[in-house]
Design a protein. Structure first.
Length: 437
């Protein structure tokens, strides 16, 4: 019996032979890498990776699927998403595609529609897509102005439990930092976040309140053992320097939790010296940076009647070179902040390679949707292929980068605990009941 990558053996113990692996996402195996890719046989046993050996050296008696050099990746981590906003586009779109248009539209949609059933239905839809695409770890921000925080965190808790064997879920309370002056609300929010085992986040803005807001936030996070994940400088305005302010606040407060900053677009608009100083501070403060290339390219530098001249992304390479933990993620899907997207990490990777020029060579690029985001999320047990870990793997026909990056890889096969999953995507019609037909 011969098996192909499309139908690996449904057995307790089998071999995926002649696989091509992104070396950066493999632990405990070394071989000569060509542009970051190595060849190996993977032995799968009882749902776990039981061995990573040189091609042709796995036990001959085992059932074998010859991948003919097709790639095998670990399941993906997508650590900056907005499951609560996902798919509202047909109901409230973005009339001009701008950041302000997005804020206004989402605010109106939230105020009118975001009851528990609506949020749950769209979240589940997004998770089914992400699961089918091969993702097993997601961090989502949840819009948390009162009283939305209570609704969304309740739903999130139920969804996280229901999905725990398929996708590990983390949540961040994305709240209006100006509302911190309302002490009752802020205390209740912190308690909600703590109860949910979630993170606290927000959108710090330049201004006279920034220092107080950041100090109060980090003190509250410290007192309650919370990590912090902020939306930062999502603008083309070089005067936006909240990233620097955040790094200073982390150091000033001696904050020891994990801090993540998403976007950081304006850093790429500042003069080299100023940007360099901020990058150094970010490294010193141990802040992780998530770039959202698809959403940034969509929203940034968009003005009516004018062709964009900037890709919208942060100084990804400079940050990484300074030792900052960096990753990329989906951000929004089919909502006013990004009209498209399906929580497909392969699309995110492909676009990140193009927008951020992670290629030539691609040596370690595969880390940006695997090991790096898993590490940012504090889950170094995921996002890599290693002996003893679950065989949560994505199998591709593509053998090398030019093949991988030129097609959407829609024929990929996803194994969870060594078993092929049903990769059917949910039908958009299923959302008609909440979005209107
Ligand atoms: Zn975001």
């Amino acid at each position: 019996m011969t098996y192909s990558f499309m139908s690996p053996p449904n057995a307790g113990r089998f071999v995926l032979s002649n696989a091509t692996l992104p070396a950066v996402a493999v632990e405990g195996y070394s071989a000569t890498a060509i542009e970051g890719l190595v060849h190996a046989d993977l032995i799968i046993e009882d749902g776990l990776v039981a061995g990573i050996v040189a091609p042709g050296t796995a036990p001959q008696e085992l059932a074998k699927s010859d991948l003919r050099d097709g790639m095998v990746w670990p399941c993906f981590a997508d650590v900056h998403t907005h499951l609560d906003k996902g798919h509202i586009w047909p109901r409230n779109n973005n009339p001009d595609g701008t950041f302000m248009g997005a804020l206004t539209s989402v605010g109106a949609d939230r105020a009118t529609h975001w009851n528990a059933e609506d949020v749950r239905k769209r979240m589940e839809f997004s998770l089914r897509s992400a699961y089918a695409h091969g993702t097993n770890l997601i961090r989502t921000h949840l819009d948390s102005p009162a009283p939305q925080h209570l609704i969304s965190f309740d739903v999130f808790g139920e969804v996280r439990d229901a999905w725990k064997d398929k996708i590990a879920l983390q949540a961040v309370a994305l709240f209006p930092m100006d509302d911190m002056v309302n002490e009752t609300y802020f205390a209740e929010l912190v308690a909600t976040v703590k109860r949910a085992g979630a993170l606290i986040g927000g959108v710090p803005k330049m201004g006279p309140d920034l220092t107080w807001q950041l100090d109060t936030l980090f003190r509250a996070a410290s007192d309650n053992g919370l990590d912090v994940d902020l939306h930062v400088d999502e603008t083309d305005d070089p005067a936006a320097e909240t990233l620097r302010a955040i790094a200073e606040a982390v150091l000033r407060n001696g904050f020891t939790g994990k801090v993540t900053a998403g976007h950081c677009c304006s850093l790429a608009r500042q003069d080299d010296e100023l940007a360099k100083r901020t990058v150094e501070l970010v490294a010193k403060a141990g802040i992780s940076i998530i770039s959202l290339p698809m959403c940034n390219m969509y929203l940034q530098d968009r003005y009516p009647g004018r062709t964009p001249r900037w890709r919208g992304v942060t100084l990804f390479k400079e940050l990484a070179a300074a030792g900052v933990q960096t990753a990329v993620a989906s951000d929004n899907t089919r909502d006013p902040f990004y009209a498209y997207g399906d929580l497909d990490a392969v699309e995110v990777f492909r676009e990140a390679v193009r927008i951020l020029q992670l290629d030539h060579p691609l040596d370690t690029a595969a880390r940006v949707v695997t090991t790096s985001p898993a590490d940012v999320a504090g889950r170094p047990d995921t996002g890599r292929i290693a002996v003893g870990r679950p065989a949560d793997l994505v199998l591709f026909s593509a053998r090398r980068w030019s093949e991988f990056l030129s097609r959407p890889q829609s024929d990929r096969v996803v194994l969870r605990r060594g078993k092929v999953i049903d990769r059917s995507l949910p039908d958009y019609r299923e959302l008609d009941s909440v979005l209107g037909a």
